[in-house]
Design a protein around this ligand. Structure first.
Ligand code: FUB
Length: 324
């Protein structure tokens, strides 16, 4: 599949988290809709209220099965608003969905919802994960341990925290200072809490120095993902206001990671978000853009395209849909 393909032409879906469970490919997207909330830097226009799950045995030529609504805002006891990018992990035959949601004070936390099958339905826990904040969960399993990457600035509220504590005033470093970092945390045995304090995911430049806040086409903004290729750990993310998907490579899940390059150049729409997965011997980049909605950035459409590496393990850059 060398040409990108839209996956759900009849609805607006974004932020795809993709996993292979029991040999089948499952997509866990955000569900965009026209809620009428005006666009602003706080992301209020991303006013999503439920999740669908999609699956297929054949991403190249097959149909996607839509498993329908698997979790809604009204089912979550602590809900305020805005169900943003979720992810799902499997442990001992149970499926755990990690979702960011604003509470009634408009503060993002993560909730966990549990299912017996990968396609749900997912039943939410009564309270958010203790000590959780910000957005964009991506869960990675290794040797029976589960790690969650998370964080996003601006509307994602990461700038409201330092050392995992809420600040009185938001903090974004000066341009010549190390950039705000995404976070990684190991999950508890029961998958319902953090097992440790979240730590910084440090992204280094070619000189071994942390990327600076002013390095806007390379520094982290939101949309973490982790995959492993040839024994190396590939941490990927969005640069947000400069609209690139980038990646960095490390030797273990915690990093540090060294910046490598761009995965996807900007797409139509403000946000760019992705997951990378191997299925039936090929690698794929799942992502979204706002071409079908005519550029309405809060109405995004799911896409997939094959992802390729060169002989040195570098990801070949894919061209997005935005004009230069
Ligand atoms: O979908 C809402 C937000 O937009 C996500 O959490 C971000 O990653 C961006 O895609």
């Amino acid at each position: 599949m060398k040409t990108p393909k839209y996956l759900v032409p009849d609805d607006f879906m974004a932020d795809p988290s993709v996993h292979i469970f029991n040999g089948r490919l499952y997509i866990y997207p955000s569900h965009d809709w026209e809620s009428g909330i005006p666009e602003n830097d706080n992301g209020d226009h991303f006013n999503m209220k439920d999740y669908h799950v999609f699956s297929t045995d054949d991403i190249e030529n097959g149909e996607l099965t839509d498993h329908g609504v698997v979790l809604s805002v009204e089912d979550i006891p602590w809900a305020g608003r805005q169900l943003w990018d979720c992810d799902v992990a499997c442990k001992n035959g149970k499926y755990y969905m990690y979702f960011p949601l604003k509470d009634r004070n408009d503060v993002f936390h993560f909730g966990v919802a549990v299912a017996d099958r990968p396609e749900g339905p997912f039943v939410p826990q009564p309270d958010p994960v203790r000590g959780s904040y910000s957005i964009d969960a991506a869960v990675f399993e290794e040797n029976g341990e589960y790690y969650m990457y998370f964080g996003g600035i601006w509307g994602g509220q990461l700038q409201r925290y330092r050392d995992n504590k809420a600040l009185e005033h938001t903090f974004i470093p000066d341009d010549d200072q190390p950039s705000l970092c995404p976070k990684i945390v190991r999950l508890s045995e029961d998958m319902l809490q953090f097992a440790e304090e979240p730590r910084d995911v440090v992204i280094l430049d070619e000189n071994g120095e942390p990327l600076k806040q002013g390095d806007t086409t390379r520094r982290f903004f939101e949309a973490s993902w982790m995959h492993k290729y040839n024994g190396k750990y590939y941490y990927s993310y969005s640069t947000g206001d400069t609209h690139f998907l980038c990646y960095a490579i490390g030797d273990n899940p915690y990093g540090p990671f060294t910046y490598q390059g761009k995965i996807l150049t900007p797409v139509v729409g403000w946000t760019t978000h992705h997951s990378i997965v191997e299925f039936k011997g090929k690698w794929y980049l799942f992502h979204h853009d706002s071409v079908p909605s005519g550029g309405r950035t809060w109405l995004r459409s799911l896409k997939v395209v094959e992802l390729e590496y060169d002989a040195l393990g570098h990801i070949k850059t894919i061209q997005g849909t935005a004009e230069d």
